[in-house]
Design a protein around this ligand. Structure first.
Ligand SMILES: NC(=O)C1=CN([C@@H]2O[C@H](COP(=O)(O)OP(=O)(O)OC[C@H]3O[C@@H](n4cnc5c(N)ncnc54)[C@H](OP(=O)(O)O)[C@@H]3O)[C@@H](O)[C@H]2O)C=CC1
Ligand SMILES: CC(=O)[C@@H](O)[C@H](O)COP(=O)(O)O
Ligand SMILES: [Mn+2]
Length: 384
């Protein structure tokens, strides 16, 4: 039996992971679960999957969970970021990291340092601390299997050749809900508009990132770390249908593409069962539904977040950590109604300009820079 820790089990990726675990229940057991504050859903998950260990965001959530579990078998309940890290450290075969944001750094490191397979949805940990996480995985021999749909696609396309023969890693982007809007129209979009992704149903933060194209910028940095890909060989291609999840072009001109439905259960099950493939009962791709697949260059004039991310990635060191922290704050401020959509990249750019991002020797320095950049970004957002 393969044991799995699901970090962020009440979120969009987490709930789908538990669907996959349930479908594979003869071979896979969710022995560790972590959630934030949605205790009514979490209590149901705990009752159904009977994990040995769980963690929640804070003491208030813990009390609520214990009350909801009254009478049921209660696992040990840990609290906060230390609890999250302890859950990643617990002896499972796989850790599915599906929390949002830089909070994912510590558990990612814990998982790879002890040699567990890291099924990685949380892209922000690689953006901020990818050098440290990938080095720790190399040292322990841990596998990092991407769950992010584009990187899962690239990972599969890479099975067809070797790193030295790759001409380009091509990341597809839906273009988000505002793909066709003018700059003037973008000034007027609402939170509700931004949360209407054309193809995917996801958590609020990543959905806004898709609308600004920051998601694709974060994914460029994620690809750089996962595949040891130089930035000048990573290309972003707008593909509104999101059917081709990404492609790898080899030096001979052959292009390998991975195609599938918009269903995150596929990359999740691939990360759990790799190198095996299994037939689970989700809908399969029906080509007859698509009479065209289209492609275009991204527009970094209307969507400057993509340009900011690529340039922070190229700068390296702590710049991607600052970019990520500022973006998390800017998206939160947008979701709260404190800033407009077009002010999101403005907050990120001003934070990058105001923080001296050098090089980090340790992950603690990355975490310290993450905190510092957040403080700057809040101040900048509150002045806009
Ligand atoms: N959704 C998708 O299709 C994709 C997501 N990703 C990446 O996966 C990650 C998760 O995304 P998504 O599932 O959409 O996000 P969600 O916001 O839906 O889920 C986030 C999860 O983290 C939990 N959480 C929040 N705060 C804490 C805390 N303090 N301690 C522990 N857990 C906490 C939430 O718990 P609660 O709700 O109980 O508060 C929830 O379970 C992100 O990094 C995203 O970029 C990547 C590719 C696709
Ligand atoms: C499902 C997934 O992996 C998301 O990252 C998705 O790709 C977002 O879509 P866009 O960022 O391309 O709009
Ligand atoms: Mn993605």
């Amino acid at each position: 039996m393969q044991t799995v820790a699901v970090l962020g089990s009440t979120g969009a990726i987490g709930t789908r992971t538990l669907e996959v675990v349930a479908a594979l229940s003869d071979e896979v057991r969710a022995s560790v679960l972590v959630a934030g504050r949605n205790m009514s859903l979490f209590a149901e998950q705990v009752k159904r999957f009977q994990p040995d260990l769980v963690a929640v965001a804070d003491e208030e959530a813990r009390k609520e969970l214990l009350m909801l579990l009254d009478g049921a078998d209660r696992p040990e309940v840990l609290v906060g970021d230390d609890g999250l890290a302890a859950c990643a450290r617990y002896e499972t075969d796989v850790v599915v990291n599906a929390v949002m944001g830089a909070r994912g750094i510590r558990p990612a490191l814990e998982a790879v340092s002890r040699g567990a397979r890291l099924a990685l949805a949380n892209k922000e940990c690689l953006v901020a601390a990818g050098t440290f996480i990938m080095a720790a995985a190399r040292d322990s021999g841990a596998e990092v299997i991407p769950v992010d749909s584009e990187h899962c696609a690239l990972f599969q396309c890479m099975q067809a050749g070797v790193h030295a023969d790759v001409e380009q890693w091509i990341l597809t982007a839906s273009g988000g809900p505002f793909r066709t809007l003018s700059k003037a129209d973008l000034e007027r979009v609402t939170v509700e508009d931004a949360l209407r992704h054309p193809n995917w149903s996801m958590g609020r933060k990543i959905t806004v990132d898709s609308a600004t194209l920051m998601n694709k910028g974060l994914e460029v940095i994620e690809a750089h770390h996962l595949f040891n890909a130089p930035y000048d060989k990573i290309k972003v291609l707008v593909h509104p249908e999101s059917i081709i999840h990404s492609m790898v072009e080899y030096v001979d001109g052959s292009v390998m593409a991975q195609l599938a439905t918009h269903d995150m259960r596929l990359p999740i099950q691939y990360a759990l069962t790799y190198p095996q493939r299994v037939n689970l009962p989700w809908p399969k791709l029906d080509f007859a539904q698509y009479n065209q697949l289209s492609f275009a260059e991204p527009d970094t004039d209307r969507f400057p977040s993509l340009r900011l991310a690529i340039s922070a990635g190229r700068a390296g060191g702590l710049a991607p950590c600052v970019l990520n922290a500022a973006n998390e704050i800017a998206v939160e401020a947008f979701l709260q109604g404190s800033i407009t959509f077009v002010q999101i990249p403005a907050v990120v750019e001003q934070t990058l300009d105001s923080v001296a991002a050098g090089r980090a020797q340790t992950v603690d320095e990355v975490l310290a820079m993450d905190r510092q950049a957040r403080e700057h970004a809040w101040r900048i957002a509150s002045r806009l």
